[in-house]
Design a protein around this ligand. Structure first.
Ligand code: TXA
Ligand code: MG
Length: 322
């Protein structure tokens, strides 16, 4: 059975909000990737997210709201959080903060941690939905666990099918990689997941260095951001990074002017101009497009490890772990 897919308008937003209030699952667009949303205060609804994604239950979810005020009864604010919130929200930033004792968020949503991941997305449809439902919404990326994140409603339908009650179709996600996760719950703030906001942007606002947490390569026991498992965002085909040549049966994912690299069975270019924002926006869709059994693997050109390139290389290195 195909899932219900509706374009974003007043009626579909009202319908989506009603479904969320009933404890149902709604996939919705954000500026980073599509999210699989449920009422974060409703334990069974949150459990349905884990079931639909086939996600290990120790992996906590991001709580989405429309405006900072809506976080007052969920988390303990601190000065750094207020500074980052006023500079970068709404936008592709997730903050980890201490959970309020009487926070109404389901314990399952935060996987039993005493912290919460919170985010205010900027996508107009996400904003409208969050305002209409007026509840905190738990939303991981709307894909089966460990697979590529969806940047179009079609990706969501392909990955989750009728496990989702409604897909709000709001076009392509503009940023294309997930939000940057910043841990503000420990004395020394750090970046747990590189994403749509760059390390440089954050350091500029904070006025000090923000270390990038290095995920232990294969360890699955209690990483500080449990979504940072080494193998994640995995296409079916083997992925070969920093490729300087291409095998006859390999598909090639290029970056920048690439005419000097010949061969391959297929090729797509993340950004012929070498623009990292364009590359981030194309990343998951192009990996999906090349992930076909007719090829032997996906060879990926080197991507500069600066700005948004850090998030792109992070996702690529996870895609390359078998
Ligand atoms: O851009 C995004 O962030 C998308 C859109 C839908 O908002 N959401 C997303 O959610 O990527 P998800 O569930 O795929 O990733 C959430 C990340 C994971 O790495 C998870 O481990 C981490 O946030 N996380 C959630 N709660 C946490 C917590 N309390 N402490 C540390 N890390 C946490
Ligand atoms: Mg995800």
């Amino acid at each position: 059975m195909n899932p219900l897919v509706l374009p974003v308008d007043e009626n579909s937003i009202a319908r989506a909000a009603a479904l969320l209030r009933e404890g149902k699952l709604v996939a919705f667009p954000t500026e980073t990737v599509y999210g699989l949303g449920a009422d974060a205060t409703n334990g069974p609804a949150v459990a349905a997210i884990y079931a639909a994604k086939g996600r290990p239950s120790f992996n906590p979810l991001i709580i989405h709201v429309a405006e900072p005020r809506a976080l007052d009864n969920l988390i303990e604010w601190n000065d750094t959080a207020r500074l980052l919130a006023s500079s970068l929200w709404p936008g592709p930033l997730t903050l980890i903060l201490p959970r309020k004792n009487d926070s109404p968020i389901s314990l399952l949503a935060s996987a039993g941690l005493d912290t919460l991941a919170v985010r205010i997305p900027s996508h107009p449809a996400a904003q409208k939905l969050l305002r209409a439902v007026n509840l905190p919404i738990a939303a991981p990326s709307a894909n089966a666990s460990g697979k590529l994140s969806p940047t179009t409603p079609i990706h969501v339908a392909e990955s989750l099918g009728n496990k989702v009650d409604l897909i709000l179709a709001g076009g392509r996600s503009q940023i294309g990689v997930e939000s940057t996760v910043v841990n503000l719950a420990s004395p020394q703030p750090s970046i747990l997941r590189p994403g749509g906001v760059t390390q440089e942007q954050l350091e500029m606002i904070l006025g000090y260095k923000l270390p990038l947490y290095d995920a232990p390569a294969e360890s699955t026991d209690a990483p500080p951001s449990p979504g940072m498992l080494a193998s994640h965002y995995a296409p079916h085909l083997p992925v070969r990074l920093n490729a300087e040549n291409i095998g006859d049966r390999e598909a090639y994912l290029a970056f920048g002017p690439d005419s000097f690299v010949k061969g391959g069975a297929a090729r797509l270019n993340l950004s012929p101009q070498g623009d990292l924002s364009e590359a981030a926006a194309n990343l998951f869709a192009m990996l999906r497009e090349l992930d076909k059994p007719i090829y032997s693997g996906i060879a990926v050109a080197p991507i500069p490890n600066t700005g948004l390139g850090v998030a792109i290389n992070d996702r690529l290195s996870r895609a390359a772990v078998r």
